[in-house]
Design a protein around this ligand. Structure first.
Ligand SMILES: *Cc1c(COP(=O)(O)O)cnc(C)c1O
Length: 370
């Protein structure tokens, strides 16, 4: 039986192994592991790639989002608009800051925050809108910007799945007031461990986050504010510098694979394919199809040796972490709940060969569960 992996990081890293080995040796021989030259260089390189002025490396994507909220003094008593359908980290960043996440339903077509449903959730306590560029496709930022400006709110990007994504001619990470990125290994740009970054054009916020990530300290043993230990270490920064050089090429490859899926699967009865507005250039962190018979399709592909995943099986408001928080009861976010019952992510990425992708397509076309 054939085996098609959903993700294969060992195969990906095998293609750049020499570069990674050199990076590892360089850091080990330098003998400097926290906040050094590799981090500084990566921050500049990633800011340039994302077309934004400042980049601050932090320990992970959740911290990046949390530190942005701290940097804007958003906390107890405040509310932050978040998508109802997202990875739970978006909500947890708000909760960790002491604020309350206020979910808004997505557009059924793009799965991203629906701007026309944001205003009904804004109250006198609302301080920010945190938009997620889900699956690597940007949210409708100009529409959200207009609301944020008119209502005096910060606009924050959760860009954890969107390194290099474009929308309305602009690149993820420099469109909102600040953005949080994750370099979790499976992301389009992933470390060989945990990592994250904040990007912003706001020099004052950048300075605050530099303090907050490093014990509130600019000068060793002088602590101006009560900070955190949330740094992107030298080894991960060095690996990320290597992988950043390939990111555009990898994203181009993902786009080509997504186009192949869309071309081959359009017209398949009962299967809904991703909808891309004409202003969006996604980076396809995930290629997500939708069907009422999701579990049947997943089982069918599993029997053919094809791995798929579900992003995500349970929405945040129905997780144990939020079920009793009084934010949203079951049934009150029907668009999101339906999406969670129907989505399925197909294998995609540099590891996937054209033959494997054709095999996935053939098996889906042969499926008659829809
Ligand atoms: C991965 C992810 C995060 C969190 O990133 P970590 O590095 O795992 O902390 C936040 N938001 C979204 C949408 C993500 O996909």
């Amino acid at each position: 039986m054939k085996e098609v992996k959903f993700l294969d990081l060992a195969a990906l890293h095998a293609t750049i192994r020499t570069d990674l080995d050199i990076a590892y040796r360089r850091v080990m021989d330098a003998g400097w592991f926290i906040t050094g030259e590799e981090l500084e260089a990566f921050e500049q390189e990633f800011a340039a790639y994302s077309k934004v002025r400042h980049c601050i490396g932090v320990a992970n994507g959740l911290d990046a989002l949390h530190l942005i909220l701290r940097g804007y003094d958003i906390g107890a008593g405040d509310e932050v608009i978040v998508p109802a359908n997202t990875f739970i980290a978006t909500w947890l960043a708000v909760s960790q800051a002491g604020a309350t996440p206020v979910p808004v339903e997505p557009e059924a077509g793009t799965y991203n925050l629906n701007p026309s449903r944001v205003e009904e959730k804004i109250t006198s306590r609302t301080r920010a809108i945190m938009a997620v560029h889900l699956y690597g496709q940007m949210a409708n930022m100009p529409a959200l910007r207009e609301i944020a400006d008119r209502r005096g709110l910060c606009l924050i990007e959760d860009a954890a799945q969107a390194h290099g994504a474009q929308g309305h001619g602009r690149t993820a990470g420099g469109v909102g007031d600040a953005a949080g990125f994750s370099f979790y290994p499976g992301k389009n740009l992933g470390a060989l461990g945990d990592g994250g970054a904040v990007t912003t054009n706001d020099a004052e916020l950048a300075e605050k986050i530099r303090l907050l990530r490093n014990y509130g300290s600019r000068e060793k043993y002088h602590h101006e504010v009560s900070g955190y230990n949330s740094r992107l270490d030298e080894m991960q920064a060095a690996f990320l510098r290597v992988k950043l050089q390939y990111l555009e090429q990898w994203n181009v490859q993902r786009r080509a694979q997504a186009a192949v899926y869309t071309q081959a699967l359009s017209g398949k009865q009962g299967l809904f394919l991703p909808i891309v507005p004409e202003w969006a250039v996604p980076v396809w962190h995930l290629y997500v199809v939708r069907t009422r018979q999701r579990d049947s399709l997943q089982a069918w592909l599993r029997e053919a040796g094809i791995q798929t995943q579900i992003h995500y099986p349970i929405p945040p408001h129905l997780q144990g972490a939020y079920r009793d928080a009084g934010i949203a009861a079951e049934g009150t976010l029907p668009v999101s709940e339906e999406i969670h019952r129907e989505v399925l992510s197909l294998p995609l990425g540099v590891h996937l060969t054209p033959e494997q992708q054709q095999y996935v397509i053939d098996r889906i076309l042969a499926w008659n569960g829809a």
